[in-house]
Ligand binder design. Sequence first.
Ligand code: SF4
Length: 507
Amino acid sequence: MNIHPNKKNRFKISLLNKKEFTITCELVPGRGSGSKAQDKLLAFAEKAALRKQIQALSITENAGGHPALSPDVLGREIIRLGIDPLVHLTCKDRNRNQLESRLFAHGREGIHNLLVMGGDYPRYGFKGFAKPVFDLDTVQLIKMVDEITKGFEIEKNAPGGGVKLSPIPFFKGCVISPFKKLEAELMTQYFKLHKKVVAGADFVITQVGFDARKFDEVIRYMRQNGLNVPILGNVYIPSKAVVSVMHQGLVPGCVVTDKLMLMYEEESRLPDKGKKNRLIRAAGLLAILRGLGFDGVHIGGSGLTCEDIEFVLEKGEKFYPDWRQLAREFSFPQENGFYYYEPDHKTGLNTDVPTDRHKSIPERSAGYRFNRQVHKMVFDEKGWLYRPARTIFRKISGTSLEKLFTQFEYLIKFIGFECRMCGDCTLSETAFLCPQSQCAKYLLNGPCGGSRNGWCEVYPFVRRCIYVRAYERLKSFGEEERLRDNIVLPVDWSLNRKSSWINYFSA
Ligand code: SF4
């Protein structure tokens, strides 16, 4: 039995009601279990519950990759205060079984609103950096939540298998990061968004950003491409300290340009250190997002009080009639950044005409051309070596030759692709770049939100994001949309250190 069986999900009702503009606020629980900051956070929740302007409080999970109080605990306390929590569920610290078990716990506790994300790469922890898990990626986790929402069918061969569990009414969202500089970074974000929606995402929240034209781009893209789920725009109100960390590129996925940084520096000399200006700017963005057709806003920022939120909401209402003018001013674009649409010079936003991406085609690399050709010949059912290869590999399977053959395969693939021998090879899905060795988060269905100027968030200026490279390789053959269309299943770890070629042909 559910602890809160009859409770109405006000957040869901509001977000699905086209006439309502939904407000959520983000809370960041710190480390420890009884800190003053956590008391403040609950006091905020109590006031928010009484004032009824906010439909859900979103609670981060180990934000920045640091350990913190679990959002589940705060979620339960917030429910008791009478406001819906929106609990973050991330892939970074738990494997698929632990995630499933957490979802069952959420079902019992009545925590139904989830924001599903990959999560920040784990950093400082007990006696050193934590080991990143990322057993599932966001698309796969959304799929899991979706199946549990509909009533999970346990596989027939698993213990207790063949049974359908009772549905749990999860309402699950995902994140999109349109604030990217390179075409390859932006397009792979949009391609991944398609997969998230197909996998079952019920709503979308944007990453933190400061460019009205990008906000316009994401909502235009979703409408034009049939991604018909509600979207909340992120209204983030950073302090000067936070904005300066973002400006240095130290917060994955958050871009602060020189122009915005300069504005913050000037404002910090004011008697209130620029706080009022920051709140007014946030109110302006809220009005713009409403004008653009967003279904609501997700407000976050350091040290915000309920009164600050109230100020932003009231001013946002006042500013709303002038949102078009404000949109022209809320413009802190990245230099030479790629936009999906051609600009509309009248409004400062976008036209409905996509930018011609095919004006520049990356050069085809000899290595990729070779691997692509070999793959087609051997692993494609229509390839002329497919049948002979299948016969040989099946014959080797289970014999004394299998071990030797597996080592041979490993040697070839280690030299060619830095293979980690997971045995469930997905090389052909990522243009022959191995996600197990070349993506810090082992992602199989598209990039995380953290890349910056094409570099991996974990190894900036050392490694380019695997999905930027995969996009360029695929685009050189006009096949980049493959990154949008195929949802890749999680790795089956029972195949670890076995021959993926034999596994493939024996399936
Ligand atoms: S390679 Fe790309 S997707 Fe993987 S962790 Fe780095 S930035 Fe994220």
